[in-house]
Design a protein around this ligand. Structure first.
Ligand SMILES: NC(=O)c1ccc[n+]([C@@H]2O[C@H](COP(=O)([O-])OP(=O)(O)OC[C@H]3O[C@@H](n4cnc5c(N)ncnc54)[C@H](OP(=O)(O)O)[C@@H]3O)[C@@H](O)[C@H]2O)c1
Length: 330
């Protein structure tokens, strides 16, 4: 891995003088806009779709809100901070037909470029400026004087200064306070999708749900099962983030460590590897990306899944626990 770069190593001039158009005002969009402004970006406009529920929030934060077509005609650089599955539609209908020649494109996830959902013309710098983590954390860490670990990559370098723009953008959202590393669009995309599918979201949820059901089947109360299989995940995750896996083992009881070491290899058995292979194959051959974007474009993606989740016993156990904890602490 290359050495980290920090704010002191980075020329912030591109940020100060460029007209920056941020498309989307969700978790990343809002955090990026606030941090970039605090870091000296003088010209920022937020582009939102017609009827966007985020318009009021962006205006209350003091930003000018314009249409996607307007920002495409105005900006020197567009940061596409809208949902990945909407990138193709946004690019095709609003940005490509209206964009100012030579306009740079900034992505905070490599998805749309790696899978060729959008193919910018040769006059565009196309860069990745990925702050690794959820959008809300970008702002929270920035306000504490920190940031999320940043990764940059260049897909097209029309101006010869694409790297400078990527680094200034990442420093502007706080990543220069912790460390900025080089990557590629492919590496960031494959790693991000695999990590979230098999560990951070899919894997964790599968383990939490299955283990909760097993404990309840063994006669444990739903509340206790929820605490041991879901609620406590945060404490262990915090230990691993701060001290690594070995440090986490040192910080917990010997009983927990001994039991975990006994079962770890059984859990990471052939079925887990088969699931990993399936996820990786669909990520690498692009079929996951195609399926997701086609599902989104057909409408109503995941509506039924989300409704079904709300009816699950594990959700009721969590809601009941949280309501009692918060009532007691008020
Ligand atoms: N680098 C990382 O580790 C990392 C982590 C998380 C996310 N990301 C990336 O950050 C980007 C945004 O993610 P997020 O978490 O901020 O998402 P989010 O909170 O769901 O916000 C999505 C934004 O996209 C807008 N949007 C959705 N569909 C649109 C459409 N058809 N036309 C115009 N705008 C549309 C939404 O508009 P409304 O406000 O009008 O609903 C909203 O402002 C994605 O590229 C994602 O992959 C990167």
């Amino acid at each position: 891995m290359t050495d980290a770069l920090y704010t002191a190593d980075i020329d912030m001039a591109p940020l100060k003088h460029w007209k920056l158009g941020l498309v989307g005002y969700g978790n990343h969009g809002r955090s990026h806009a606030l941090c970039l402004r605090d870091s000296g970006a003088e010209q920022i406009k937020i582009a939102l779709r017609e009827g966007s529920p985020s318009r009021a929030k962006a205006e209350a934060d003091g930003f000018e809100v314009v249409s996607l077509a307007e920002v495409a005609a105005w900006a020197d650089a567009i940061a596409l901070l809208a949902a990945d599955e909407a990138h193709r539609e946004i690019w095709t209908t609003a940005i490509a037909p209206n964009r100012k020649p030579g306009q740079a494109l900034i992505l905070c996830h490599g998805f749309s470029i790696h899978y060729r959902l959008i193919e910018p013309p040769a006059d565009a710098d196309v860069i990745l400026a990925a702050a690794k983590g959820p959008g809300g954390a970008v702002r929270q860490e920035f306000e504490k004087g920190g940031g999320l670990i940043g990764f940059w990559a260049v897909h097209q370098n029309a101006s010869g200064r694409a790297r400078d723009l990527a680094l200034a953008y990442l420093a502007g959202i706080g990543s220069g306070n912790v460390g900025i590393f080089e990557t590629t669009f492919r590496e960031e995309t494959v790693s991000d999708l695999f990590g979230e599918q098999v560990v951070l979201v899919g894997g964790l949820v599968a383990l939490a749900k299955a283990s909760y059901q097993r404990l309840v089947a063994a006669g444990v109360s739903e509340r206790m099962a929820y605490i041991d299989c879901v609620h406590e995940i945060k404490y262990l995750a915090d230990l691993m983030q701060a001290q690594g896996i070995a440090g986490m083992y040192e910080a917990i009881s010997d009983t927990a460590e001994f039991g975990a070491r006994l079962i770890e290899d059984d859990i990471a058995g052939p079925e887990l590897n088969a699931a990993f292979d399936k996820a990786m194959a669909a990520i690498e051959d692009g079929s996951f990306a195609r399926k997701w974007v086609e599902t989104y474009e057909a409408g109503n993606a995941m509506v039924e899944d989300r409704a079904r989740d709300k009816t699950l016993a594990i959700e009721a156990a969590g809601a009941d626990l949280r309501s009692r904890l918060y009532r007691a602490s008020k």
